[in-house]
Design a protein around this ligand. Structure first.
Ligand code: SF4
Length: 84
């Protein structure tokens, strides 16, 4: 049994012990066509806003149920609460 505890403010990339899941998530993000992908600086800014948001819980947004790293990676997506 995995007894590690994670801060609810963690992104998936900040949590250990879920390497395969994060590898799959990362591969999915990298497969997004460049023209559809959020530019790197904007992506980092979006994720920082998620880190500071009360709705973030273990990589998921409790407002919309998405994995924020995936949602933020698509240029046309937006935060349900207009944080980005
Ligand atoms: S997508 Fe928006 S509401 Fe959800 S965790 Fe990120 S900033 Fe918060």
């Amino acid at each position: 049994m995995d007894n590690r505890r994670y801060c609810r403010k963690c992104l998936m990339q900040d949590m250990g012990g879920q390497e395969q899941f994060f590898a799959d998530l990362k591969a999915y993000i990298e497969a997004i066509a460049p023209e559809d992908r959020t530019p790197e600086a904007s992506y980092a800014e979006r994720l920082q806003r998620c880190r500071e948001c009360d709705y973030l819980e273990q990589g998921m947004c409790r407002a919309c149920g998405c994995y924020v790293e995936l949602r933020a990676a698509r240029r046309t997506q937006h935060c349900s609460y207009n944080h980005w």
